[in-house]
Write a protein that binds this ligand. Structure first.
Ligand code: NG6
Ligand code: CA
Length: 525
């Protein structure tokens, strides 16, 4: 072979190798494109408690002003079909964290003061997903998902809890503030607990002289209307009994400030890493006892004043992000854990001072109900510079946040996790043409009654006709026949006209869909 030929072959080979290298690089780039598209903004989920669709200015409220929430909506995406998955707290929070419908697991109803951890260690949660993606994670505020193996060990280690399911830090109100005890749990301990004054929590009065709302009713600073007549703390009687832990106890009026101070400190300390903060406000749950500076700020009584306090909290979080130049690096999701309620056990004038304010907006029902008002709740996303401001009619739900943040951060979900969470990330980010869910199951506490939203249609299935629904139903509903009601939402958003007889095929289709999703044990493909 001549010198020239060898040269020619070598030249051709090196060109060939070059080409190979080029195609290999292209292949690698394509294969790892998910890595390249992954984004890791900070994520703050702000969950209000019992805040109804119509309780905020941007959804139509006028009797109460919510300038900070309205600003968040104006700078982001406001959803008119945003839902939580249940009409009470514990099941919605269970689903928010696990991405699985609460009715699929036993004992996910409203947790009692001494309830054990409902989400078992090792369960994939929105926090563990983000931790895997390199985030630092925290929950600050109301927990209400139980603590401890069999029951909380109030004077020892409160374990398992948030730290065993993906959170790096927690600063909590253990259940709701109408339940005992009024103390903060920080990581595995009751904060500021003096071992010489142990905390005892129980279901029966420890002695006959124990101060309760029934015995010392005249001393209360806010009277109860039903339940809530057991141990008194800060002039308010609660559900359950407790003694001790005096140095650890807080004042109801200071909760909002506490959540904000702790959140600000935590955000500041983690501003340089991607962080996930689940900010679980106690506003506007009973006992509604806003800070003195908010008392009387509306004509609606303390229920309205608590909305103002919640709005203030939202504003403070936005200010912190602004100050730390994080607004364009942070996705905020604002939502609620269930629809509104007026009298939820205390005489706080919520009914008397309501006026024309409509807490559930145009919807029927509210907390405890599977009518739209029970779960169709405020839902806003904001990520400055990334989410194009607007209003979306797509159906999205708090249960979808887990799969959506997994998609955002490029984190793989195992097949056996987040069984009902749908990746609706494009819709959450307001991308044009993006679709939300095609169906959603709504449940009440304990999953007794169900709602199914599918396209324009809504099926209500009552297992206990008139029982849990009775509280929130309008009078006309007493005339409803049968256990299945069908509504066409575009003509009848307030679910007043049951059209199940007019549309028997639609009714059949909806019932089979509900049965099918429940029986399948999962709905994430
Ligand atoms: C109910 C309470 C109610 C509220 C609710 C839980 C009575 C009579 N009613 O049992 O006041 O605490 O539980 O609310 O005790 S939730 O938003 O945390 O689900
Ligand atoms: Ca609630």
């Amino acid at each position: 072979m001549s010198q020239l030929n060898i040269h020619a072959i070598l030249k051709r080979n090196s060109r060939y190798q070059c080409m190979l290298r080029f195609y290999a690089t292209l292949l690698f780039l394509c294969a790892s494109s998910s890595l390249f598209s992954a984004e890791t903004p900070n994520i703050i989920v702000i969950m209000a408690d019992d805040l109804g669709y119509g309780d905020i200015g941007c959804n139509g409220a006028t009797a109460v002003k919510t300038p900070n929430i309205d600003k968040l909506a104006a700078e982001g995406m406001r959803f008119t079909n945003g839902y939580c998955s249940a009409s009470t707290c514990t099941p919605t929070r269970f689903s928010l964290l696990t991405g699985t419908y609460a009715f699929r697991q036993k004992n996910t109803g409203i947790a009692p003061p001494n309830g054990p951890a409902i989400i078992r260690p090792g369960t994939t949660t929105i926090a563990s997903i983000l931790k895997k993606a390199g985030y630092t994670t925290a929950v600050i505020g109301k927990w209400h998902l139980g603590l401890g193996d069999k029951a909380p060990d109030w004077n020892g280690e409160l374990k398992p809890g948030p730290l065993e399911i993906g959170f790096d830090y927690c600063h909590l109100l253990p259940t709701t503030n109408d339940r005992v005890p009024q103390i903060y749990v920080q990581n595995h301990r009751v904060l500021n607990l003096d071992p010489k004054d142990p905390l005892w929590v129980g279901t029966k009065a420890p002695d006959a002289n124990h101060p309760t709302g029934s015995i010392q009713r005249s001393t209360l600073k806010m009277d109860w209307s039903h339940g809530h007549n057991e141990t008194i703390h800060n002039g308010i009687s609660r559900i359950g009994f407790y003694t001790g832990g005096m140095a650890a106890r807080f004042r109801d009026e200071d909760l909002g400030d506490e959540w904000i101070n702790r959140s600000n400190q935590w955000i500041e300390a983690h501003k340089d890493t991607p962080f996930f903060l689940y900010f679980a406000s106690h506003d506007i749950h009973v006992p509604r006892m806003p800070h003195e500076r908010f008392q009387g700020s509306t004509t609606l009584g303390f229920r309205g004043d608590c909305i103002v306090e919640f709005d203030w909290c939202v504003g403070e979080l936005m200010k912190t992000l602004e100050r730390l130049k994080l607004s364009e690096k942070t996705l905020i999701v604002l939502c609620s854990d269930n629809g509104p309620v007026l009298d939820d056990g205390y005489k706080d004038d919520a009914v008397e001072k309501l006026g024309t304010h409509e807490p559930a907006g145009p919807f029927s029902g509210g907390k405890y109900s599977v009518l739209e008002g029970g779960t169709r709740t405020p839902f806003i996303t904001r990520w400055l510079g990334r989410v194009k401001p607007g209003v979306s009619d797509e159906v999205v739900c708090t249960i979808d946040l887990a799969a959506s943040v997994a998609a955002l951060t490029g984190t793989a979900l195992t097949d056996d996790s987040c069984l009902d969470s749908q990746n609706v990330l494009p819709a959450l980010l307001g991308e044009s043409g993006a679709k939300g869910r095609d169906h959603l199951i709504q449940q009440d506490n304990g999953g007794v009654n169900f709602g199914l939203r599918m396209g324009d249609w809504k099926l209500v299935r009552m297992k206990t006709k008139g029982k849990s629904q009775a509280k929130v139903s309008r009078k006309e509903r007493a005339n409803e026949d049968g256990l299945h009601w069908l509504y066409h939402l575009p003509d009848d958003p307030s679910e007043m006209k049951n059209v199940s007889t007019e549309y028997p095929d639609k009714l059949k289709e909806m019932i089979s869909k509900l049965d099918e999703v429940i029986a399948a044990g999962r709905s994430r493909k």
